[in-house]
Design a protein around this ligand. Structure first.
Ligand code: NAP
Ligand code: G4F
Length: 320
């Protein structure tokens, strides 16, 4: 039985990845940062809380990472923990650098010391493309991050590449485009919208305040994307892969899909609020996942319409 360690196991991707690894027969360990209130709701929703071993630790504290690696005896390490909300990275740029950027260095160093043969996955992001330098972004497209989050992630990405090249570690970086699910955090735009649609439909909310609805994203389903993470660590050779659907949609059109699903017209409810605009925007993201299709045999399997309807239905169940 293989052991895996997931940092960020209480987050959206961490929960789905834990579920997938359990289904593959792994013993799953998760690093959990100390919080004053409970953060295990996603593990409970997937009914796997009792099936994983949780270990206290923080990406900013390298001693806790060493202990977690020793305790778990992990042969696969998935680094999903991060301050992952782009909007908050302008109000907390140093924390974002510390956790999302330097946290990767802490974990790579801990892996190198405890078991340099362990396979390592880094959760990189399409935010690194930022001000895009090509219409469709692939593994060879130059990066131009547009937020403190994107800058921190770029450091983690290049450090992963560097540890692979410097020390021969099996370290891979998944450049994942936006992926969503009913377990998405409420601060991200898709879940903010589907939660609001459910509340408006049931008479618990009157309007939905949004920022830049002209922004375009390449949105997929998180449940599909965690399988790509696992596939990367099953390859003989570590590498970097873009994971995306290859389709881009405006926030405006995504909002329309969500309202239409419950028979409402979004124009009656959406209010544009400057408070939700960002100091610098990533206007459009569109991934080219052909390398992952070719080498990993991975392909996105859920359309945006299916995804948004799944999220609205889940939120309707929650608020009813
Ligand atoms: P998420 O839901 O925000 O989860 C982040 C996780 O990191 C949570 O479990 C959180 O714990 C944990 N964490 C935060 N600070 C920590 C610290 N100092 N030490 C240890 N754990 C800490 O994010 P996600 O959507 O699942 O994304 C997973 C990873 O993929 C992130 O690195 C994100 O940046 C990256 N990514 C996401 C997307 C996407 O569209 N979802 C796309 C590309 C890349 P708490 O629950 O206690 O806060
Ligand atoms: O849902 P978002 O907050 O996601 P964003 O900024 O694209 O970041 C997510 O995807 C990245 C991958 O590309 C991840 F690395 C990152 O960790 C995170 O998971 O915003 C999407 C778009 C933006 O253009 C934003 O300006 O929606 C626009 N937007 C418009 N109104 C809004 C809102 N975003 C939020 N969160 N809230 C709004 O009211």
């Amino acid at each position: 039985m293989k052991n895996a360690l997931i940092t960020g196991i209480t987050g959206q991707d961490g929960a789905y990845l834990a579920q997938w690894l359990l289904q593959q027969g792994y013993r799953v360990h998760g690093l959990v940062a100390r919080r004053s209130s409970d953060t295990h709701w996603r593990l409970r929703e997937l009914d796997i809380e009792g099936d994983v071993t949780l270990i206290d630790g923080d990406l900013a504290d390298v001693s806790s990472l060493t202990r977690a690696l020793e305790a778990s005896r992990a042969s696969e390490v998935y680094n999903l923990a991060a301050q992952s909300f782009v909007g908050a990275s302008w109000s907390q740029p140093l924390l974002t650098a510390q956790v999302t950027g330097l946290g990767v260095a802490n974990l790579l160093e801990a892996v190198r010391q405890v078991d340099p043969k362990a396979r390592f996955y880094q959760a990189s992001t399409s935010e690194m493309f930022g001000l895009i330098q090509a219409e469709r972004q692939s593994e060879t497209t130059p990066f131009y991050p547009r937020s403190p989050y994107g800058v921190a992630k770029l450091y983690g990405h290049w450090l992963t590449v560097n540890y692979r090249e410097s020390f021969g570690m099996h370290a891979s970086s998944g450049i994942l485009f936006n992926h969503e699910s009913p377990l998405r955090g409420i601060e991200f735009v898709t879940r903010k919208v589907t939660d609001a649609v459910a509340r408006i439909k049931t008479g618990q909310q009157k309007e939905l305040r949004l920022g830049n609805i002209d922004a375009k994203r390449d949105w997929g389903f998180a449940g599909d994307y965690v399988k790509a993470m696992w596939l990367m660590l099953q390859q003989d050779t570590p590498d970097d892969y873009v994971i995306a659907t290859g389709r881009t949609t405006t926030v405006r059109d995504m909002v329309e899909i969500a309202f239409r699903h419950v028979g409402l017209n979004c124009e009656d409810y959406v209010v544009i609020d400057p408070a939700f605009f960002r100091p610098a925007e990533v206007d459009v993201l569109l991934g080219d996942p052909s390398k992952a299709e070719r080498q990993l045999g991975w392909k996105a399997g859920t359309s945006l319409e299916e995804l948004i309807c799944m999220m609205v239905d889940a939120d309707l169940r929650r608020v009813s």
